[in-house]
Every structure is written in structure tokens, then in C-alpha cells.
Design a protein around this ligand. Sequence first.
Ligand code: ZN
Length: 395
Amino acid sequence: MAYFDLPDAPGVTEMSWPTRVVLGPGALARLPAQLERLGVRRPLVVTDGGVVRGGIAARVYGVLERADVAFARFEEVQPNPTDRDADAGLAAYRAGGCDGLVALGGGSSIDAAKLVQLLTTHPPPLSRYDDATGGDRFVRDDLPPLVAIPTTAGTGSEVGRSGVATLPDTGRKTVIFSPHLLPRAAICDPELTVGLPPRLTAATGMDAFTHGFEAYVASGFHPLADAVAIDAIRRASRSLRRAFHEPGDLAARTDMMIAAMEGAMAFQKGLGASHALAHALTPIAGLHHGLANAIVLPAVAEFVRPAAEGRLAAVAVAMGEGAGDGGNSALAVQAVEGIRALVRDLGLPARLRDATVREEDLPRIAAKAFEDASHRTSPRPCTEADLLALARAAW
Ligand SMILES: [Zn+2]
């Protein structure tokens, strides 16, 4: 199907959107007003050591103090949180007599805060709510309000309905997925991302790009997600290099915050083989999630190209590639090349072997990736052998 053709009649589809977003430089000043709107009098601020050391937590505490908002803190979230982060956060919530949450940080802190939020009214263990076993049916809507303040432009967890944690009873990154986990407000202040180390700007930004790409080419019918996904691709393509090279460029930072939200909104349609592999690479090889996506995405884009030529052609146009007049198949090739060039320009390693992944781990990574549901919406179906071939190509 060429991307400008109408699809076949899709039948009946169910889709949903939401979240109040306060966006722009200085948006952080609106935090007290959002808490007041939601009736939160004593929030628990959930964050991590990196955000504290970077001075961002102090800025948030200052805003709360100047508005006379009492609050408690939990600053111990680990990268790639586990049930222990959620339990410790819950203890802080109870000890502080809190009635709501402020999730401050990258994906790990926001996800951990959502799990604390869930445990305030739902009994453990968290594995009971595992999306892979239909656990979403146990998640009720009686959760305290949560306001998310992202300090990276990547996962888009501030507008996402999932919390992810590695749990002992499942032994893997477990996704807890419910519309009730959508933050009640997201405060997206690009000034908070200015101090991010360039390598993290690059890796998290590539996560946002990959969400847009995989959602856009995913099989299935979701025109709302498609429209938002292609805009995420457009914004990340034009602004990620700039945010990387000129960290203080607030226009580029704002664009990336929008791309991150759009990527997360869009991937309710589905993801693909890149995320399946990334979900295995992080626990097995310790790779940052965004970096894992950045390295495997060019191989994945090449793999899906024959099955999604029209879609890749549209990606090339959105990326500002699309020079010449070679039709969809030439444009699709340019999309793959454009992705490769983007990763290279961001100074990220091009191969898994350059990012501490051992060759002998590749079969285990492919097996874990095959268990992951993300690849089920790949426009070109993946076998475990395909995932191994993709991991080898990226290695
Ligand atoms: Zn991701």
C-alpha cells in the first residue's frame, strides 16, 4: 500500500487519548497550581540520585516551598526499577502522610512513581498486575493523583499508561498497563533538560524517534496514532541533532519534549522488533534503553522495508530525506539511510559490539526478545531466527 492510498475498510476499532499537559520553558512554576487543581495537599516527590545531583530536585522543592506546599521526598529510585523501589517509595508515602505524587525524572523515576501510586490502594505483589497475564483487569481507578515532570525527552512516560519494573516473580521487565496509570498532569519544561549530558540527550531522543518509527510502521489500524507518530518522527529528525550539539537551544529542547510525548501516545498502536530486542538488551547486557534502540533500529528498519515500503517512504519525507524522484522504493531506502546517519551524527556507537554486548549472549538476547510482545505488531512478522539475525546484523 502506498502511504497516500486509502486503507481497506478497517471494521470497528477502539482507541483513546488524554492527559493535561503544561508545556514550555518555565512550565515548572505551574506545579503548585496543578496540585491544587487535583486536590493534592501533601505530595510525595519521587525521583533519583541523578536528578538530585543535577540540581533539578532542588528547583522543584523550591517551587513547592515558595507556594507553601508541604511535601515528602523519595530520592532513591534505581535505574530500571524493581519491586524494591516501589516498596521503599510506598513506605515513604505512608510515613509522609501523602495524598498524591510528583514523579520527577526520566522513565525510571516516572515508572517507579506509578508503581508506588498503584500500591497505595492495591495489594502486592506487583506481578499480579502484569499486562502479559491480563493483570490490567485488577487495576481500579481509586489511585491518588500523580503529576509527572520529565527531565529527559525520551520515554514519554509522562503521557503513557504503563509502569515498567523488573520483578523477581517474573524475572523480566514487566509492563503494568492501565489507563488509570496515566498521569493526571504532565509538566513539560524544556529548561529541565538543558543540563542533560549530550550522550543521554542522544540516547533518550533516539528512544522517542524509535517510538514514532515503530508505531508508524506497526501493523494495525490506528489513524490517530499514525498522525501523531509521523509528527514525532518529523520533530525528532529536525531537532535532535540541534539539542545534542547546542544543549541550551530551548526551541530544539521543546520540540524534543513534544516528540517524546507524541512517541508515547502513538505506541499504544504497537511497537516492533527494535523494542523487543531493546527489552532483552537492557537486562542481559546492561544497555541503556534508548541506546539499545538506536543501535538496532537501522537493521530493524532494513528488515521491515520490504513489508512497509509506502510507510518508510513517508518516514523519509518526514525526516526531510526524500531528495530526488525515485518513487516509494527509493524513498524507503533513503529512510533507512537517514536513520543510520542520525545515529552516526549523534556520536552513538553503531554496533552492539562497541556497546559492551558479548557475541555469545546474542542467542539468549534473541530468545528473550522473542518472548517480548513488542514484535507482534512488526509489519514483517519475526521468528526467533529473524531476531537473532537482526541482533547479529547490529552486532
Ligand atoms: Zn522505548
